[in-house]
Structures are given as C-alpha cells and as structure tokens.
Design a protein around this ligand. Structure first.
Ligand code: PLP
Length: 423
C-alpha cells in the first residue's frame, strides 16, 4: 500500500491506524481528520484555570477565586419571573431567527435612549450571548486573510473569533503607561489594504480601562477616513464608576455605515447563563449576520428572550445596587493590591477586573505569568488568570466579582505568596 492510499483511507475507516506511519504522515493525517479552522482554534484559557480551581475545590481545598468573569449576584427576581412566565405561557417554540419583535424593539429603544444612536429594530440582531454577536459580526464582514486590528491586552476570545472567521488578527500591544490604550496614530499606522475592521472594548476586560468620548472621536476619524468597520464591544457599559461617561463610538455620524455595536444582558443584569446578546449595525450587515445565524442556530432561546425583554424594560434599581457593590470592592482590592511592593495596575474606570503587572516577581520558581498564576493557585490557594490569556504576559487578571471577605483573604494570600518568592 503506498503512502497516499494510507492517508486517504484513514478518514474513511478508523478501527485501526494504518501500520508503519511516519510522524509526518501522522501529522498530515490529523490535519485531514480536522479542518484547518478547528486545528488553529485554542481552548479558552480562562476556562482552563477555572477547571483546575474546581478540581481543587472538589478535593475540599478552600480556594479564593479572583478568576471569575461574571457577576456573583443572582439574576434579579423580576427577570427570573419573566422567564418562568414564558415557560408557563408556552412561549417555548421557535421564534423569528433574528429575535422576537418585542425584544428587537426594546433593544432599538435602548440604543436610541442610552447611546445616542437612533435605531430601527431592523438594525438589531438578537443572538445567543455577546460572544455569539461578535462571532456573527465577524462572520458577516471578514473573509479569508482579511486583517482585524485588536489591541493587547484584549478579551481572550477576540483573536480566536477572528481566526474562526478565517481572518488574521493584527495585534497592537499597549502598556500600563499608556493606560492600555491605542492612539489614532498607532491605528492609522496599522491599517493596510487588507484591513477590514478594528475591535474596541470600553470598558475593557481585562484592564477595566475606558476610552474617553474625545479619544473615541479621534479614533473614529481614522476609522472613517480608512473606510474600515469598527466592532465596539460594550458588554460592560453599565458597570462603570463615574469618572468617564460611557460613549458609543457608533453614535458618531461619520461611522453610520461602519460601526457595529455589540452588547448584551450577561454582565449588566447578571444573566450570563441565559445567553442573550445583541448587535446593532448597518442594515446590510445585520441582514447578513441574521442569515448566518438562521443557518447555524435558528433563534436564541425563546425563554431567555422574554427574560431579556423584562431586563431591558423593567429593571432599574438592581443594576445600580450591583454597580455600587462593585464600586466598593474596586476600592478595597485596589487599595490592598497597591500596598504590595512592585505591583502596578491602571486604576479601573469600569468592569470588575484589575490587570496587575507582576513581572517584578518573575524568578526561577515562577518564571512567567502562567507559572506565577499556577504557583499562587497550587501553593497559596488563590485563583487568578495569567495575562497571556489576554495577550500580555507581564500581568495577571484579578476579578473582583466576589465578596469583600474574599478580597481581603485573597489579597493577603497573594501578598504572602509573592513575598515568599523573594525569600
Ligand atoms: N465581551 C467581553 C469583553 C466579555 O468580557 C465577555 C464575557 O466575558 C463577552 C464579550 C461575552 O459575553 P456573553 O457572556 O454575553 O457571551
């Protein structure tokens, strides 16, 4: 049997691997079993840390978690009741694939009211979470080899989502001294004839930093002049602490045909498990994304859509109370971490993360961010996320979506663990 035959048959019959395969043949055979796309996509790094932490907790170890990416509050009762009512009223059938009209109208009204973007419901697509909305947006506008500009640190899924759409992430590194922001000049320099889009995330996961309206205005000029899309991820819009107002870059008239705004109910209403996100954009982009969604998932869960409708139309005080609690925790954790020598971080404007530069502690026992996070988890029982998951290996991310008691205990463990590295 010649080599070619061996490889051809591997994908057809799988009982036994062909004999006498060389390593090269094995490599190409693997490639043939999986698509290039599947082979190039990595596992979510944040979920990997969470898995190790859960294993330790299952063994009865008391781990303080700064690794969670979701609010620790229950979904407000009104929203839960709306979900239960949807089930009881048999709203359990397929819906319009782009979302129920009531919810599209509510989202359009929200963009019009909160974000200064007059919006028709036809410009809105409801999807199964903000991540799904980002994916739909990229699938609608990015083709093979198209470049998408990201800034590091970035939300961990961005480069993988771009690769899934067969695009090429182009990453602009930023430093704590720049408050992890790009300038119009850097953006302009990164744009090539292959550039399709730039992704922005304000407030940011992982740094909590926000762009000011003026900074976004200056970036918008570059985006409009180049005629590229901007995908603005505004998932943390509601979790801000007052220094900088939230501003939607898509509200600028020059970006009317170029801005895609992504948001959702996960973070704002503590609804991560319900899986509802939404996007707003030019009608042709929304229509294309809706076609893609209709072939992939049909509609987002009917029950969750009714719950999200309640969130957007009935909730007020609960969000304010949640944000006030996050605000107190932000001050507490920022104060305690800044007492530890040689750590630095930009004071966050929003979201519920602190992105802490820890490179001063790299040493033989913890030579990089992953080793340091593992050391803190395994030996000091405090879970953090290594910065390389976000494209910046000098830092670790601490989520303060946990109790004040955990913040006090967890930061004490970090302080002790880091001090021991220097003994
Ligand atoms: N964008 C950012 C910046 C996020 O942090 C997250 C979730 O962690 C998402 C999007 C996805 O949100 P969802 O849970 O609605 O898919």
């Amino acid at each position: 049997m010649n080599n070619k035959r061996n490889m051809d048959t591997l994908s057809e019959q799988t009982d036994e691997p062909p004999k006498q395969m060389t390593d090269d043949m094995r490599g190409s055979a693997r490639c043939r079993r999986l698509s290039q796309r599947a082979s190039s996509v990595g596992e979510s790094a944040t979920l990997a840390v969470a898995a190790e932490m859960k294993r330790m907790q299952a063994q009865g170890i008391n781990v303080v978690s700064f690794s969670t990416g979701e609010p620790d509050f229950p979904t407000p009762a009104i929203i839960k009741r709306a979900g239960i009512a949807a089930i009881e009223q048999n709203r359990t059938y397929y819906t319009q694939s782009e979302g129920i009209p009531e919810l599209r109208r509510a989202v359009a009204a929200k963009f019009t009211r909160d974000n200064g973007m007059p919006t028709d419901p036809s410009q809105v697509l409801i999807s199964a979470g903000g991540k799904h909305s980002l994916f739909n947006a990229l699938m609608a506008i990015v083709g093979e080899g198209d470049e998408v500009i990201l800034q590091a640190p970035y939300w961990t899924s961005y480069p993988e989502l771009v690769r899934l759409a067969e695009g090429r992430p182009v990453i602009l590194r930023t430093t704590p001294g720049q408050r992890y922001k790009i300038t119009p000049e850097r953006l302009r320099d990164a744009i090539t004839p292959r550039t399709r889009a730039v992704m922005l995330n304000s407030p940011s996961n992982p740094s909590g930093v926000m762009y000011t309206p003026e900074e976004l205005g200056a970036l918008a000029e570059v985006i409009a002049a180049a005629g590229i899309y901007v995908i603005s991820d505004e998932l943390y819009e509601k979790i801000i602490y007052g220094q900088i107002p939230h501003f939607s870059i898509g509200s600028l008239p020059e970006l009317r045909d170029l801005a895609i705004t992504v948001n959702g109910v996960s973070k704002a209403f503590s609804m991560t498990g319900w899986r509802i996100g939404y996007m707003r954009g030019p009608e042709d982009v929304i229509a294309a994304a809706a076609r893609i969604q209709s072939q992939m998932t049909s509609n987002p869960t009917s029950i969750s859509q009714y719950a999200a409708l309640s969130a957007l139309t009935e909730i007020t005080d609960e969000v304010d109370a949640m944000v006030a609690a996050f605000g107190r925790r932000r001050e507490l954790i920022a104060g305690l971490i800044s007492e530890i020598p040689d750590l630095s971080f930009p004071y966050p404007d929003g979201s519920f993360y602190l992105f802490v530069d820890v490179h001063a502690y790299f040493c033989d026992r913890a030579p990089d961010d992953v080793a340091l996070a593992q050391y803190l988890l395994r030996e000091h029982h405090v879970a953090t996320v290594p910065g390389s998951a976000f494209g910046d290996a000098d830092a670790i991310r601490l989520s303060y979506a946990c109790s004040e008691k955990d913040i006090v205990e967890g930061t004490a463990r970090i302080r002790k663990g880091l001090a021991m590295l220097r003994e």
